[in-house]
Design a protein around this ligand. Structure first.
Ligand code: 13P
Length: 258
């Protein structure tokens, strides 16, 4: 059985002292679920090092929200996977905000994925259709394009090297999560696609759902067979909500074990 992964994407929130204090609070509240659920927080790059140090030795892992495809060079404003190597565990790439607001392309994401894997970062690749694409019935086409382009030529060592976050863009920050059934069906397609590129590993790779995940809808989502966790935005900024999402996930795992 795949161990669920709950990832908190802080986006562009918190000052450095606020982020640090919050990370330490989460450490106290969330550590107890670590045997059943993997937890990662994705703070802004500015506070990542400080928070990684504060959480050293604790099962909560940290990740970056973005990184470049080169190790170093004239890339003003960027950070590289090489800078993250050895102390930062995860890297999120392909979030729809990066695709839409910063014009990231599938080809760039392929380069970012290769660069991150070279530095042993565990990658969470986000994919998802816009509202317009959803309404036009183009979800399958869009997901197939995004995923196939991003993983083109990529080799994995372990199933945990790469997780996919399925985030329908229309569900992000809208309070309108996808229904568990719809999410599960699309994530089944994602697993089929993973099987084409990573035969032998796909059944062990984690696929997360993202988009208006809350304590109230976590259980129903996590009960779906293809949903192996969540990429949480707004609700990851409040410790009671984020803790409840992790707790509900742990409870689903426990109920499936008996
Ligand atoms: P919300 O949970 O706020 O909808 O955000 C989802 C998201 O974008 C996580 O990456």
């Amino acid at each position: 059985m795949r161990k669920p992964l709950i990832a908190g994407n802080w986006k562009m929130h918190f000052s450095v002292p606020e982020g640090l204090e919050y990370a330490l609070q989460l450490r106290r509240e969330v550590e107890r679920y670590a045997d059943t659920v993997d937890v990662v927080i994705l703070p802004p790059a500015l506070m990542l090092w400080e928070i990684a140090n504060a959480l050293r030795g604790c099962p909560i892992e940290v990740g970056a929200q973005n990184a470049a495809w080169e190790d170093q060079g004239p890339f003003t404003g960027e950070i590289s996977p090489k800078m993250l190597a050895g102390w930062c565990h995860y890297l999120l790439i392909g979030h729809s905000e990066r695709r839409q607001l910063f014009n990231e392309t599938d080809e760039e994401l392929n380069r970012k994925l290769q660069a991150a894997l070279r530095h042993q970062l565990k990658v969470i690749l986000a994919v998802g259709e816009t509202l317009e694409e959803y309404e036009a019935g183009r979800t399958e086409e869009v997901i197939t394009r995004q995923l196939s382009a991003a993983v083109y030529g990529v080799q994995l060592r372990l199933p945990t090297d790469l997780s996919i976050a399925y985030e329908p863009v229309w569900a992000i920050g809208t309070g309108k999560a996808a229904t568990p059934g719809y999410a599960n069906t699309t994530m089944g397609l994602i697993r089929l696609l993973l099987g084409k590129s990573f035969a032998g590993l796909a059944s062990e790779m984690r696929i997360l759902y993202g988009g208006s995940v809350t304590p109230a809808n976590t259980r129903n989502l996590m009960e779906q067979p293809e949903i192996d966790g969540a990429l949480v935005g707004g609700a990851s900024l409040k410790s009671p909500d984020f803790t409840q999402i992790i707790q509900a996930t742990a409870e689903v795992v426990q109920s499936q074990r008996v």
